[in-house]
Design a protein around this ligand. Sequence first.
Ligand code: ZN
Length: 203
Amino acid sequence: MKALVIVDMLEDFVDGALANPRAQDIVPRLQGLLERARAEGWVVVFSNDAHLPGDPELDVWGEHAMAGTPGAQVVAELEPRPGERELVSPKRAYGAFDGTGLDEELRALGVDEVVVAGQHTHICVRHTAYGALIRGYRIAVPRDAVCAFEGVDEDEALEYLRSVYGARITTVAELTGSVPVSAGGERPLGAEYEAGDVLTHEP
Ligand code: ZN
């Protein structure tokens, strides 16, 4: 069973205190992924920063995504529909599994693979992937539905996830079945192709 884990697509990380222009670009692809996940009955998780005063990370970044504030809300385009198979999971550090109880929740739902999307590829996506690795989950990362800060090398961040955590680097089109997968199943790890090529590919 797959879980789609959407990390930190919050007002403060898109338009607010730590706004990232790249984040707006991945919203439509995240919408497509979310739609497919809901249609196919994957578990959906919104892993959201919800900081309290004194959280250690605030010394590094300043105040952001403070619990209960508008900045800590998921952007309207990706509005969660909390329920038995759709979880909103607040976190106070980078990783979705860090002190959140998410592992237990996913296990109870029979999840064995996490699709980690959102931001930032080199920070919270990375720490979430690590948390998934050490708990025994298979990991997939759609390269066109994650983003790092501007100025950060996205390919390098993805390569780290692949080579260190064994993440399968994929695309939204592949995950949603809008591009045929070769008879052998998954593309080889590290297959090089541009997200744009795949998205415009004619079956
Ligand atoms: Zn934070």
